[in-house]
Design a protein around this ligand. Structure first.
Ligand code: PMV
Length: 363
């Protein structure tokens, strides 16, 4: 079994004396079985499984230049859409601190990190998964210069491991269409340390599965994910919830293999509502859904009942609704969304996405 210490490099075989740059994109992901609650060092309290998205992604260029004398501090500039972004720096600083022992070269370089997202600004779509994912693969590209013999397997595993240290769910944004994170009996080789690609063949019903994201509320969340995870400590229902996630993941595995859409719909919706039920039963309690979130959920239930189309919703830690449906039903569902759901979105905004495959190298 892989341990965290396996990612501390032995001596590097090569030196990096020239400046250079890499550019990668990494996508967002949407969990089917949700991660909520964590232990120290970004270890999840329960396993999760997600679809990797295709269109919602972060593109990050990482320029690096060796510094003559090794400095005490990390040296980096951060740009979002070409503009210096001072308020992102503390998060990056913290990330560098966490990963330094696994990437001992970090203080030998000055970095210019230029990042952009394909989804609209402050859309309420978290960019932390895609952002940390893109950063992690870029850093692995640099490590590969020090250690060109590195295997593909190590590259991807460690990229996911590093991404996790940036933002938990980011470890599911690195490689594969369906990714499991968190050690669980039903998935061989699953790990708390990194995401693993779902190794079974997925039923054709899920091929190019669609995710239309309805932007219900673009405002700042009232409670951050960090605080939300924290509130699962001493939560009266935490123990049962964590056990349930293992069971639900085992069920989801069978559903993805056999293609039972009715079971998929009920498990995905139950997981979304359970996540929010955990928030509502935390102390202090909080609600991230908005009235329009509920309007949309009720419309989806009615549409499903009236038409038999297996469309369902899921939610992240926010008010936006992810509408999931098979590619075959794309036209019908998009028409339904336009006719009945976009009135509940801020400025009628929504994003059409579908299952993707993970991070991509752009240069
Ligand atoms: O990765 P974090 O700490 O932002 O947590 C995200 C958790 C959920 O999005 C609510 C669920 C999940 O598994 O992605």
């Amino acid at each position: 079994m892989t341990k965290a210490t396996d990612f501390i490099p032995q001596e590097y075989t090569h030196e990096v004396t020239e400046k250079g740059n890499f550019q990668w994109s990494a996508p967002s992901n949407i969990a089917l079985v949700k991660y909520w609650g964590k232990k120290e060092n970004q270890i999840p309290a329960n396993p999760s499984i997600s679809f990797t998205l295709n269109n919602c992604k972060t593109i990050t260029k990482l320029e690096f230049e060796p510094i003559k004398s090794t400095s005490e501090n990390f040296s980096f500039d951060l740009f979002l859409d070409g503009k210096s972004k001072e308020d992102f720096k503390p998060k990056m600083q913290k990330f560098f601190e966490r990963v330094e022992i696994y990437l001992p070269f970090l203080k030998d370089f000055h970095f210019a990190i230029s990042t952009e997202n394909t989804f609209p600004h402050s859309s309420g779509i978290a960019s932390s998964a895609s952002g940390m994912g893109a950063m992690a693969v870029n850093l692995m590209s640099i490590e590969k210069l020090f250690n060109p013999e590195m295997t593909e397997e190590y590259f991807w595993k460690k990229a996911s491991f590093l991404a996790r240290l940036g933002s938990g769910s980011a470890c599911r944004s690195i490689k594969g269409s369906v990714v499991v994170w968190g050690e669980t009996e039903s998935v061989e080789n699953s790990s708390d340390l990194f995401g693993v690609e779902f190794s079974e063949t997925i039923h054709s019903n899920f091929q190019n599965y669609q995710d239309t994201i309805l932007l219900v509320d673009k405002g700042e969340k009232v409670v951050s994910s960090t605080v939300g995870h924290e509130l699962m400590h001493n939560h009266p229902f935490a123990k049962n919830r964590f056990e349930q996630a293992h069971e639900n993941l085992a069920q989801m595995k069978q559903i993805l293999i056999h293609g039972n859409l009715e079971k998929f719909v009920s498990l995905v919706e139950s997981e979304a509502l359970t996540l929010h039920a955990m928030m509502m039963t935390s102390m202090p309690y909080f609600i991230l859904m908005k009235p329009n979130t509920l309007e949309i959920i009720n419309k989806i239930w009615k549409f499903r009942q009236d038409t038999g189309v297996q469309v369902c919703f899921t939610l992240d830690a926010g008010a936006n609704v992810h509408v999931l449906y098979p590619e075959n039903d794309k036209e019908k569902v998009l028409q339904f969304i336009k006719n009945e759901l976009i009135v509940y979105c801020q400025n009628q905004q929504y994003i059409c996405d579908e299952i993707g495959s993970g991070a991509q190298k752009l240069n």
